[in-house]
Design a binder for this molecule. Structure first.
Ligand SMILES: [Zn+2]
Length: 71
């Protein structure tokens, strides 16, 4: 979140000016001190892939079973 040191205020990214400066004092803003701004990479848990594999196998079997009913 953008932090303006002279105003001691956090701004939302959309409330900044088009140049990326503070709308009150015009000073350049910086990331909030003490906050980790590294992007968080989301990885699904292992049981998501287990569930996805189980659903794929089950639905694949149901599709084959349904086709066999036609003959
Ligand atoms: Zn300011």
């Amino acid at each position: 979140m953008p932090w303006c040191a002279p105003c001691e205020k956090n701004w939302t990214p959309t409330s900044l000016t088009s140049a990326g400066t503070c709308p009150d004092c015009g000073e350049p803003v910086e990331p909030t001190p003490g906050v980790d701004h590294a992007p968080q990479i989301y990885r699904p848990p292992w049981h998501f892939w287990l569930g996805l594999a189980a659903a794929t196998i089950y639905l694949g079997w149901r599709a084959i079973d349904g086709l066999l009913l036609l003959f």
